[in-house]
Design a protein around this ligand. Sequence first.
Ligand SMILES: CCCCCCCCCCCCCC(=O)SCCNC(=O)CCNC(=O)[C@H](O)C(C)(C)COP(=O)(O)OP(=O)(O)OC[C@H]1O[C@@H](n2cnc3c(N)ncnc32)[C@H](O)[C@@H]1OP(=O)(O)O
Length: 199
Amino acid sequence: MGEALRLLIENATATEMPTEHILRAAELIRQAAAPLGEHRRGRFDTASADDLLGGIRLYNPVTGEGSAFAPPVDMHREGDLAIGTCTLGRAFEGPPSFAHGGVSAMLLDQMLGYAVTTAGHPGMTVRLDTVYRSPVPLYTPLRMTASITEVNGRRVTATGAITTTTAPTTALVEATGLFVALRSDQAKRLFGPVLDRSA
Ligand SMILES: CCCCCCCCCCCCCC(=O)SCCNC(=O)CCNC(=O)[C@H](O)C(C)(C)COP(=O)(O)OP(=O)(O)OC[C@H]1O[C@@H](n2cnc3c(N)ncnc32)[C@H](O)[C@@H]1OP(=O)(O)O
C-alpha cells in the first residue's frame, strides 16, 4: 500500500490534468480511504507491523515502506559508517526542481539517529545544525552518510552529509547532531503509555 500511496502523491503533485479528472480522482481517493479508517489505532498504540525494540517502524516518515510520505530512505551500516539512499520526487520540492531544506534536515536527523542507535547509543536529538552548500536535486539518486564523532556520557555527537550517488565526495548538505540518551525517568515520562500498551 505504501508504494501505491507514494505513486498517488507523486502523480497528484505533478499532474496537469483538467479539473474534472482531478475532482473524479479526489472522489475515488475518498472512497478508498474510508474503509481503512473503520479500524484505527490510537495515539499510544504502535502499529501491529512494528517491532519497537527491533527498530521496525513501518510508517516512519523517512524510512517507512508503508508511509505515503517517506521517500523511503534505505539505510544500512558499513563498519562505522551509516549509509542511506533515496530519490526525492516532486512532493519534496522547495526551490523549483530542488528539495525543501526542511526535508534535507529531516533526512539527516534520521541518518544521524540511525548511526547513533545502531552503534549502541540510542538517544533523542537535542540539537541539529545543518549547512546547506548546494541545492539537493529532485529525481536524482542521493547518498547519505553519518557516523559518530564523540561519545561524552549520555551525550553523543554525530555528523553526516547528503550527496548525489554520482558525486559522493561533494557534500550538498552537512549536519551535526547532538543526541542525548534518556534517563529511565525521562523514558517513562515520555514513552510510558506507549511501552505499557505494547508490553
Ligand atoms: C536496530 C535498531 C535500528 C533503529 C534505528 C532507529 C533510528 C532512529 C532515528 C531517530 C531519529 C529521529 C530523532 C528524533 O527526531 S527525536 C525527536 C526530536 N527530539 C526531541 O523531541 C527531544 C526533545 N528534548 C527533550 O525531550 C529533552 O531535551 C531530553 C529528555 C532529551 C533531555 O532532557 P534535558 O534537556 O532535560 O537534559 P538532561 O537534564 O537529561 O541532560 C542531558 C545532557 O544533555 C545536555 N543537553 C540537553 N539539551 C541540549 C542541547 N539542546 N544542547 C546542548 N546540550 C544539551 C544537558 O545539558 C545535559 O548535559 P550534561 O549536563 O549531562 O553535560
